[in-house]
Design a protein around this ligand. Structure first.
Ligand code: SIN
Ligand code: FE
Length: 294
């Protein structure tokens, strides 16, 4: 069954400046409810000399994307030093605009946001072959097997920077509560002992909490179910070049179906810094299971 009421999944926003003159509680409410905010008209200028970066060949073999970490180190690019410096400036320009948008629209987040790497993704989505668990062409919420986050939120700001007329095509799925209700009952019980083994073997970077166990179970359960992939409530949505979109990717079910050349900025945010912490996956899962998960 497909619910094609797009406006419940994606909110279009027409502002033309990255910096907002005051907090946008209306956007925050939509964002924290799991919607994708689609900014259709934020300006991002690509200089003529930067056109050369629109080439999938600049990415190192084996790298998932090209990324600039918070200390300014560029990873995943094969190119001469001067190109690396120019690409760093290109990515930094995007990072600072994304920061401006988030800080001005959501000042409650500002002080507690942790800036994660910014990525440039020159790969063509349609031709990328991956294992089911790693395949972002399948609907999922973000959860990472090696990096437990104890409920901390994953906020992402995306830009389709494609130089021709190629949209980035996403599927966006149903509310997190509906996903949790379907998958949580099927997840095998959390084992503290197993989490300790994974941690001792350094398979995880810290002890996997019960929250992280459930989030991974949901992520894997969604991706592994062909039935869920095709029959769950979802829409297909095109982000044309120049689009900026924002979502909590640990909450909003998403899949990328097509596109090439995207910028992406990730932030981590404590649950207590949300406008309404009760909307978080942590709060929803704690209510559902009736226990403390971190
Ligand atoms: C993802 O976050 O799952 C992929 C998003 C994209 O590449 O558009
Ligand atoms: Fe994802």
């Amino acid at each position: 069954m497909s619910n094609n009421n797009q406006t419940t999944y994606v909110k279009k926003i027409g502002v033309t400046q990255w910096e907002q003159s005051s907090a946008r509680l209306d956007w925050a409410a939509d964002l924290e409810a799991g919607c994708v905010l689609h900014f259709e008209a934020l300006p991002f200028v690509v200089n003529p000399s930067e056109q050369r970066f629109f080439n999938a060949g600049i990415q190192s073999k084996g790298a998932r994307n090209i990324s600039l970490d918070s200390r300014g180190t560029l990873k995943g690019m094969i190119a001469p030093v001067e190109d690396q410096e120019a690409l760093t400036r290109f990515i930094l320009r995007y990072r600072s605009l994304a920061q401006k948008l988030v800080n001005s629209a959501f000042p409650k987040y500002t002080e507690h946001l942790r800036v994660a790497p910014t990525s440039f993704r020159p790969n063509q989505v349609e031709t990328r072959a991956q294992s089911v668990r790693a395949d972002d062409k399948r609907l999922h919420v973000d959860a990472f097997p090696t990096r437990p986050n104890y409920g901390e939120r994953i906020l992402r700001v995306f830009l389709n920077v494609n130089p021709v007329d190629k949209p980035r095509v996403w599927r966006v799925g149903e509310p997190f509560i509906d996903i949790a209700n379907q998958f949580v009952p099927k997840i095998k019980p959390y084992s503290q002992w197993q989490a300790q083994v994974l941690n001792a073997l350094r398979i995880t970077k810290s002890l996997r909490s019960e929250y992280d166990h459930l989030m991974l179970g949901i992520h894997d359960g969604m991706k592994m179910s062909d039935e869920y992939q095709s029959a769950s409530n979802q829409i297909t949505y095109n982000f044309p070049p120049g689009s900026v979109w924002v979502c909590f990717s640990d909450q909003t079910a998403h899949a990328v179906m097509a596109g090439q050349f995207m910028m992406e900025q990730t932030y981590h945010l404590p649950v207590t810094s949300l406008y309404d912490p009760e909307t978080s996956p942590l709060a929803i899962l704690q209510k559902l299971t009736n226990k403390e998960l971190v």
